[in-house]
Design a protein around this ligand. Structure first.
Ligand code: ARG
Ligand code: ZN
Ligand code: CA
Length: 245
């Protein structure tokens, strides 16, 4: 009744090498990162600047629990964002009931892509879910500087209707009122405070938001406006209500 949701997760692993066959321990570690980041209990939440502390989501009321892991060996050396990993007819693994389960596909190399996601408009379709490159999944054995499991946090943000914080345009719109408008994406590990000007208004940039493009160690918050958007999607009347089992 408080809008809490515990999302059932199916993890689909497509591996060519043993390194790509991400262990059950590491998958559990990734789910634990999601649960901490979405509960606001991530230890680096202490780094949220005072200026933004009243805007932080804290507990988004969204949690995740693993239902099952499906594994399949492949000879494919690289993947792309064309959804091939989501269909057995194209060498992938078919989603398990995507209307009621959140499907994650873990694949080997995707070029420079760390992960990608479908928005709630795709709810329940065969391709609905999140794809992660194996080396940026979990923490132990993952590749720096994307080795804190935050690619999943970012992609799940998209899956739950969040846009990039810069609105994918110069001073673009992310449809969240409490995230300050940004001129563009930020990368690396920016130093706080960072200012930019959009429409003649100078603002301090919330580059530590999970929906920016900074390193894993440089992102540690959702805003309360982002929480509201995610909760709306998973509410009983939202497009992802099917995840409430
Ligand atoms: N969709 C983004 C990409 O593939 C993911 C960015 C994740 N950022 C991160 N710090 N893990 O480029
Ligand atoms: Zn993104
Ligand atoms: Ca905004």
């Amino acid at each position: 009744a408080d809008g809490s949701v515990d999302i059932p997760v199916v993890v689909n692993v497509l591996y060519r090498t043993t390194a790509e066959n991400v262990s059950a321990t590491r998958i559990a570690e990734q789910i634990a990162v999601l649960n901490a980041d979405f509960a606001g209990t991530n230890t680096d939440a202490s780094k949220i600047p005072t200026e933004f502390s009243s805007l932080k989501a804290g507990d988004t009321k969204v949690r995740f629990h693993l239902i099952k892991t499906v594994r399949k060996a492949t000879t494919k050396t690289s993947w792309s964002t064309n959804d091939a990993m989501k269909k057995s007819s194209t060498g992938g693994i078919d989603a398990t009931s995507p209307a009621s389960y959140f499907n994650i596909w873990i694949v080997g190399d995707m070029g420079g892509v760390l992960g990608y996601a479908t928005f709630p408009e795709s709810a329940g379709q065969w391709n609905d879910g999140v794809v992660l490159a194996s080396k940026y999944t979990g923490v132990t054995g993952a590749t720096a500087p994307y080795n804190l499991g935050r690619t999943a946090t970012h992609e799940v943000g998209h899956y739950l209707n969040l846009r990039h914080i810069w609105g994918d345009a110069t001073c673009g719109n992310d449809f969240v009122a409490d995230t300050p408008t940004q001129t563009g994406s930020n990368g690396g590990s920016p130093t706080y405070p960072l200012y930019n000007t959009c429409g003649g208004v100078k603002r301090s940039v919330m580059f530590m938001n999970y929906m920016d493009y900074v390193y894993d160690s440089a992102m540690y918050m959702f805003s309360s406006g982002q929480k509201a958007r995610m909760m709306a999607v998973t509410s009983t009347s939202g497009p992802r209500a099917g995840l409430r089992v």
